[in-house]
Design a protein around this ligand. Structure first.
Ligand code: PLP
Length: 443
């Protein structure tokens, strides 16, 4: 009997014992092609020797020194590396251990910023429906996914939620992508006006919607409009790039492709690539300066803030991404993956939309392509697909509740940046087989 409190205590999990490039291997020797990097984490695959060596070397020198007493070399070097490539105006890195912690840090720093500059009345946050920002209470309150929030609602602070950018379902037939994006921008501004422009701290959004919506790239000029509205009302723009950042979409920061710079940007997942748990909040110089010249102290912190070994791992990951030309590889393989998905699933009766950017792609599943009607949630297509794919030796990331937290199914793909063309074919073959088996079993 296991003494672990498993995520799903009724499920019998295989035991992962080894990694080999893009594959995970269980205790029976079965190999699984990891087509989602777990949840968009393992961007270098599961056996990167350089990252493992960097961790071992750091352990031999210094595993950890509490950052209320010391700084450390890998943390300083990682901050230099990230800030050198960060969007304009971003000047400081604050390290933590997860994406949720990065979001919590962003919310608290944003609030403290307004105290520092003499606007203590600002206390409201606006985010988007169908977003996911993490599972700690502040991050959960910010996220707009009904299913995840529902049972914890009494514990959540009040956050406004506006429409996500979701053209497949929400753009009107007669509306251009540009017009659709500007309609969303007007909706955001109307919500700021409703709350009172001097009441709002920040607008929080995933640059490319991830786990709950399924890799939706923003329509052109949407984020430019968002940036303008935020600036007009003195509202901070917090971008959540925990999933879509660190090269996943083909540029180190996904927002580079939108031509906007946020005030705060959260990263995680691919930052440590699964070799160590690490997240970070990157902040503008303006916000950092306000704290320094105000109270002089960000009132936050965790025991493992700036953990030396985690930072050494993330530094090795950064060096691998840039030293091995992996951003260009993500763009090339991402294009190839999308082409292969369109070739295989473009006419599939159960695939309504194929979308994404870089190695961050999604199939949205539908019962009927013409009406876009989703499958009955009771069929739990996404859960069955996850199991069937695993049976076929494929790790992918299906999720339900795509439309509204209840109905809709999609399957997210986020393979390692090192995936080969042949492995992309294997991915598509195994996914197609798994999807057809699930649908056939329920026919
Ligand atoms: C966009 C986004 N933000 C935040 C988080 C939370 O990150 P973590 O699970 O590391 O706390 C996630 C995790 O899936 C995410 O996708």
């Amino acid at each position: 009997m296991s003494h672990v409190f498993h995520r799903n205590p009724k499920h019998d999990y295989p035991v992962a014992v080894a990694g080999d490039g893009c594959y995970l291997i269980d205790s029976h020797g079965k190999r699984y092609l990891d087509a989602s990097g777990g949840a968009a984490v393992s961007c270098l695959g599961h056996s990167d020797q350089e990252v493992a060596d960097a961790i071992k070397a750091q352990l031999d020198k210094l595993p950890f020194a509490h950052t209320s007493f010391f700084t450390n070399e890998p943390m300083e070097a990682l901050a230099d590396e990230l800030i050198a490539r960060a969007p304009p105006g971003i000047e400081r890195a604050y390290f933590c251990s997860s994406g949720s912690e990065a979001i919590e840090s962003a919310l608290k720093l944003a609030r403290q910023y307004f105290l520092e500059i003499g606007q203590p009345q600002r206390r409201r946050v606006i985010a988007r429906r169908q977003s996911y920002h993490g599972n700690t209470l502040g991050a959960l309150a910010t996220g707009g996914n009904l299913w995840r929030r529902k049972q914890f609602e009494p514990l959540l602070v009040e956050v406004s939620h506006v429409s996500p950018c979701y053209p497949y379902r929400d753009r009107q037939a007669a509306e251009s992508e540009l017009d659709y994006g500007q309609r969303l921008v007007r909706e955001l501004e109307a919500e700021i006006q409703r709350l009172g422009p001097d009441q709002v701290i920040a607008f929080v959004a995933e640059t490319v919607g991830g786990a709950t919506l399924g890799t939706v790239p923003p329509v052109p000029d949407y984020f430019r409009g968002v940036r303008e509205v935020c600036d007009r009302h003195g509202v901070l723009l917090i971008l959540d790039e925990v999933m879509c950042g660190m090269g996943r979409c083909g540029t180190l920061f996904a927002c580079e492709q939108e031509g906007v710079a946020p005030d705060l940007v959260c990263i995680g997942k691919g930052l440590g690539a699964g070799y160590q748990p690490i997240g970070a909040l990157l902040a503008s110089g303006r916000i950092h300066d306000a704290v320094v010249s105000g109270t002089g102290f960000f009132q936050h912190g965790h025991t493992y803030t700036g953990h030396a070994t985690a930072c050494a791992a993330a530094l090795a990951v950064q060096r691998a991404i840039h030293g091995r030309g992996l951003l260009a590889q993500v763009r090339a393989r991402g294009t190839a993956l999308q082409q292969k998905l369109r070739a295989r699933f473009g006419d599939h009766p159960a695939v309504g939309d194929i979308r994404g950017r870089g190695l961050f792609q999604t199939l949205e599943l539908v019962a009927d392509r013409a009406s876009k009607s989703p499958f009955d949630p009771a069929r739990r297509i996404h859960a069955r697909l996850k199991l069937q794919a695993m049976a076929n030796g494929l790790i992918c990331y299906p999720m339900g509740g795509t439309l509204d937290g209840v109905s809709g199914d999609h399957v997210l793909l986020a393979p390692p940046y090192i995936i080969s063309e042949a492995q992309l074919d294997e991915l598509v073959d195994r996914l197609a087989l798994s999807l057809d088996q699930v649908l056939a079993a329920q026919a």
